[in-house]
Design a protein around this ligand. Structure first.
Ligand SMILES: [Zn+2]
Length: 273
């Protein structure tokens, strides 16, 4: 909105000069002012298109950028971050909404903090390949012992995304308080989860990975993962439009992405659309 207003202001200021010099007859005034209205409109249309083009390009959707050097992203204040989220970034709109939500939850005795935020392609690649190569165990298992490659990928996909397919790339999604569903089943964790279930929607947040009992496909339930829907909804739409299996590459095991239906079952396997 600010940019649009600026664009109109920029056009409005020369208009008054032109009007005073050229509006000798009423008809020429009308013509001049109509031309400026038309020019303003065209400029607005053009600037909107440019903004959309910059915001939702293929590289952004796939996480291939550096969020620390991207002006759309802001650093999370240390009071809201724990563990691996310290010093990390989120899209400004998601972060502002989170801060509002955390302020409201505090009044109800619920402390929310972010434990994972934006992860670009290269950080997701490190997580994925550590599991693929057995450096990080999955459910206590070294996955190099799984010779069947689609099965190896499927095991990682219980909770981790393939690089290029993670909602964490977008800066709209965040993990809150604990990476353990059991934590949210009783005591303090239950209180937090119940608060989120009722109030998160008021701030634009939604839990994409809910229980799978009603037929949702893809990742297991994640009570900690919340998405800022006003942005992520748009990004998911663009992802479906722009990304094909040929774009999901550059890491170990990428060749099984299409066989597993990673786009249809995982990227689109969400409760918030
Ligand atoms: Zn997450």
């Amino acid at each position: 909105m600010i940019n649009k207003r600026k664009a109109v202001d920029n056009l409005n200021s020369p208009r008054s000069t032109v009007d005073s010099r050229l509006c000798l007859a009423e008809s020429s005034c009308l013509l001049t002012s109509n031309s400026y209205i038309l020019a303003s409109f065209l400029l607005l249309l053009l600037s909107t298109k440019v903004v959309i083009g910059q915001t939702i390009d293929k590289k952004y959707l796939l996480g291939q950028f550096d969020e620390t050097k991207d002006s759309r992203f802001v650093k999370i204040d240390s009071q809201y971050a724990r563990g691996s989220a310290i010093g990390k970034f989120l899209r400004r709109e998601s972060y502002v909404a989170f801060v509002k939500m955390a302020g409201a939850s505090k009044k109800d005795g619920v402390s929310l903090f972010i434990i994972s935020a934006t992860r670009n392609f290269s950080s997701q690649k490190a997580i994925w390949e550590n599991k693929w190569e057995g450096k990080t165990k999955v459910e206590g298992k070294d996955l190099t012992t799984v010779a069947d490659l689609p099965e190896r990928a499927r095991l990682i996909l219980l909770y981790s995304s393939m690089p290029g397919t993670s909602r964490h790339h977008w800066g709209t999604d965040m993990d809150l308080n604990s990476l353990d569903n059991a934590y949210f089943a009783s005591g303090e964790g239950l209180k937090i989860y119940q608060w989120l279930q009722v109030h998160a929607v008021e701030f634009g947040f939604c839990q994409p990975y809910t229980s799978k009992v009603n037929g949702r496909t893809g990742y297991e339930e994640e009570k900690w993962h919340w998405s800022y829907l006003p942005l992520s909804k748009q990004l998911l739409k663009e992802y479906k439009k722009q990304i094909r299996y040929g774009d999901i590459n550059g890491f170990k095991g990428s060749e099984v992405a299409s066989k597993l239906g990673v786009i249809e079952k995982y990227v689109e396997g969400v409760s918030c659309k």
